[in-house]
Ligand binder design. Structure first.
Ligand code: 5AD
Ligand code: FES
Length: 361
């Protein structure tokens, strides 16, 4: 690409500077040297906004019972091979206490999607019980009504992650069965914002039939939604799903994920970007490479080992046998090896959110 340096410089000067075509061109880079320059420019911006620290959020996989049937996902309701589990409130509270004791100051509770009054109350109860720990609590519990989002917000959740999965409607409908609605998903993101959450969204990349232009549009969607946090990862086929026959192709998927992180950082500047666990399923050092391409958040799994096999959204999910302490020390070592530190004791609100909320540095 002739004008790569110019484009990278322009992107670094101010947010939202890249055109759709420039984003697509950056996402299509193939030459190893050019890709290194792309990652280097994105990492410089990460350091400018977030320093050489990585925010940690322990993630609790609270249950794999799911009412949805997404064609790519290992815990889809039609996957009869899976033994279903759900943690009880005491389990979640214990893991949250572990997270706080570890100094992470931030926590994610994720599960399959369930819409019921009993589930809403259960989460409310958990949120009230962990409130004294003063953690930055993120929920990732799928599509719900605005009323439910408001109740959870009032019970103490501060952030919510709901990936849009792809901003291309046609692709969305090819990845989801009847009854799964793109419009409802986007409406949920708006409702979350109205309820006062820091809102995270994101997409999968390397999806079958997805183009560089689709991904360029996804980044445009993040900007349009004014997202505070972005979580993205490569699609990895799961054998017990309808899309399980897609090739594994680890290198291609990893590079797609890393490029997406880099171009998102270059376009949005001050948001929190997670180095998804899916990256580590493709390469042992995948998450560290995510940081070096511009991500600033890692979500170590703190779920008890006995449940981890039940939450395989995709094949080759790492750390199935490592307990939470092992993962924590492993990550610390891995980050030290790339000159980064764990941001202990910080809730890690995204700078984008803090500026939006009127807090000055
Ligand atoms: N490969 C990669 N990511 C997946 N997810 C679900 N299934 C897969 C898969 N096969 C992601 C979705 C979802 C998140 C929790 O996990 O993006 O939002
Ligand atoms: Fe789990 Fe390294 S992060 S063992």
């Amino acid at each position: 690409m002739d004008d790569l340096e110019n484009i990278l410089e322009k992107a670094a000067e101010r947010p939202h500077a890249l055109s759709r075509g420039e984003r697509a061109a950056l996402l299509s880079l193939e030459g190893p040297e050019e890709i290194e320059r792309l990652f280097g420019a994105a990492y410089d911006l990460k350091v400018r906004y977030c320093g050489k620290t990585v925010a940690m959020r322990g993630i609790i996989e609270a249950g794999n019972i799911c009412a949805k049937d997404c064609l790519y996902c290992g815990i889809r309701k039609s996957n009869a091979k899976l033994e279903r589990y759900s943690l009880d409130a005491d389990d979640i509270v214990r893991l949250a206490e572990f997270d706080a004791a570890r100094g992470y100051a931030s926590l994610v509770i994720q599960s399959g999607e369930i819409e019921s009054e009993a589930h809403t109350r259960f989460i409310e109860d958990v949120l009230r019980r962990i409130a004294p720990l003063n953690l930055g609590v993120t929920l990732s519990l799928g599509e719900q009504t605005e009323d439910v989002y408001r109740r959870w917000r009032e019970a103490g959740a501060a952030r919510y992650l709901l990936r849009v999965e792809t901003s291309n409607r046609g692709l969305y409908s090819r990845l989801h069965p009847e009854g799964h609605s793109f419009d409802r998903r986007v409406e949920c993101l708006r409702a979350l914002r109205r309820c006062g959450y820091q809102v995270g969204t994101g997409v999968m990349c390397a999806l079958p039939g997805q183009t560089a232009e689709d991904l360029a549009d996804d980044i445009g969607f993040f900007a349009e939604m004014d997202a505070d946090m972005i979580g993205m990862g490569p699609f990895i086929p799961h054998p017990d799903t309808p899309l399980g026959g897609e090739g594994f192709d680890a290198r291609r998927r990893l590079m797609a994920g890393l490029k997406m992180i880099a171009v998102t950082r270059l376009h949005l500047h001050d948001v929190n970007i997670a180095a998804a666990t899916a990256l580590q399923a493709l390469a042992d050092d995948g998450r560290e490479r995510g940081i070096m391409a511009g991500a600033n958040v890692i979500m170590p799994n703190i779920t008890d080992v006995k449940y981890r096999r039940g939450y395989q959204l995709y094949q080759n999910k790492p750390c199935l046998d490592e307990n939470a302490s092992l993962c924590a020390s492993c990550l610390e070592r891995r980050l030290a090896a790339i000159g980064e530190r764990v941001g202990y004791g910080k809730r890690g609100d995204s700078l984008h959110y803090r500026l939006r909320a009127g807090e000055t540095e």
